[in-house]
Design a protein around this ligand. Structure first.
Ligand code: NI
Length: 396
């Protein structure tokens, strides 16, 4: 029997990735990308399932009745960044770029779908492909969940390309792999006055400066050395003139944590510091939280399975350092079991850089890894069910 091999579809995946790369679309605007993905899937005879999404595509291979269901997710959106790679297939859209490699994810998972379509008769269940919009806004996963696209899924798998890992290396670990990414806006309200008469006012700039400095003590004094967290103030706005004390100062930034209890503790301490320091200066301050996705927390049993699958394919498996970036895949793992991995793409730059790129040799590797993982996972789940059923009848 002739069968598609990952090598035989490499050129096709390169062509797909380059086409996506030339026409990047931002979160919630992925209309052409959606049409292109539908076209490639249809051409391969893969069925598309309608969940009423404006952008994004859900497709399925297999379909054993009552069999297990595995989901494989690729994010499809790009970023508002002007590309500076100088590549012949660089973005043709000014100010927009696939600078996080979601073009790589999409092409790879299309490859997974093509490979699994070839073995459809042997699959022990169904594989559902989630081509998800709006990851960069951390909105797409929630929309897919709301649409019902995760209903019945026994386990969900996903990846991020990793520029600092070589091609052929995969980062797999149980537990947290990406951070909870919360945002905050703090507004300090004082009382304006002439700059020469500060005692007539309540200076929000001095207050904000003390708050920002005191916030730096949260990680050093309130978080265990064995846990980790980031508190970054990234913007500060106040004042209108050199000789006027303003009545308001506003600053914002982000918190990153890997553990739900640390996340709660840091947020609690943050509010105490803001409120306490503001009142020490006789001002008031409000904290507004911009809640981001929780940490991506992998299931150990799927990390173990993925390690077996990757090693069988000859990949080098490493225990990756978790990334303090956020990822809305976290929302799927709140709904069901699963795993998020880092796939080596030997890029010249980190994510979101204008010269970001991937080594396309990683495309067939990613495609075949997820094809093998999905079919191994279906086999494992189907066997577990059989075993469970038998034990059950023995008890009866
Ligand atoms: Ni990304």
């Amino acid at each position: 029997m002739t069968r598609l091999s990952a090598e035989s579809i490499e050129q096709q995946l390169v062509a797909i990735r380059r086409q996506l790369h030339e026409y990047p679309e931002l979160s919630h605007e992925e209309f052409e990308t959606t049409a292109a993905i539908r076209g490639w899937l249809t051409e391969a005879g893969i069925r598309i399932v309608d969940y009423g999404l404006k952008t994004g595509v859900i497709a399925e291979v297999g379909g054993l009745q009552d069999g297990p269901l595995i989901a494989v997710r690729a994010d499809i959106d790009a970023l508002p960044i002007q590309e500076e790679t100088g590549l012949p297939f660089a973005s043709k859209i000014p100010g927009k770029m696939h600078a996080c490699g979601h073009d790589f994810h999409t092409a790879s998972i299309l490859g997974t779908a093509f490979l699994l379509k070839e073995q459809e008769q042997e699959l022990r269940g169904t594989v559902r492909f989630l081509f998800q919009p709006a990851e960069e806004k951390a909105k797409g996963a929630g929309q897919l969940i709301a649409s019902g696209a995760l209903n019945g899924v026994d386990a969900v798998f996903g990846m991020h390309n990793k520029p600092d890992l070589p091609v052929g290396t995969i980062g797999i670990k149980g537990g947290p792999i990406m951070a909870a990414a919360d945002g905050f806006v703090v507004e300090v309200a004082g009382r304006g006055s002439h700059a020469a008469v500060p005692e007539a006012g309540l200076d929000p700039i001095v207050t904000a400066a003390h708050i920002i400095t005191a916030l730096q003590s949260i990680v050093s004094r309130s978080v265990s050395a064995l846990d980790s967290a980031v508190v970054s103030v990234t913007r500060l706005h106040a004042g209108t003139a050199w000789n006027v004390i303003s009545d308001k100062a506003v600053f914002d930034g982000t918190l990153r944590t890997f553990d739900e209890s640390v996340r709660e503790k840091v947020r609690e301490r943050f509010e105490q510091v803001v409120g306490g320091v503001a009142s020490a200066f006789a001002t008031t301050a409000q904290v507004k939280w911009l809640e981001g996705p929780p940490a991506v927390v992998n299931d150990q049993k799927w990390a173990d399975q993925a390690t077996v699958t990757a090693e069988a394919l000859g990949l080098t498996v490493i225990q990756p350092v978790p990334s303090p970036a956020g990822e809305d895949f976290a929302f799927y793992l709140k709904e069901t079991e699963g795993l998020f991995v880092f796939l080596g793409t030997a890029g010249p730059q980190e994510w979101h850089h204008p010269a970001f790129d991937v080594d396309e040799k990683a495309l067939p590797i990613a495609a075949s890894f997820f094809a093998s993982l999905a079919s191994d996972a279906l086999r494992k789940l189907a066997d577990d069910r059989l075993r469970g059923g038998r034990q059950h009848s023995e008890i009866l």
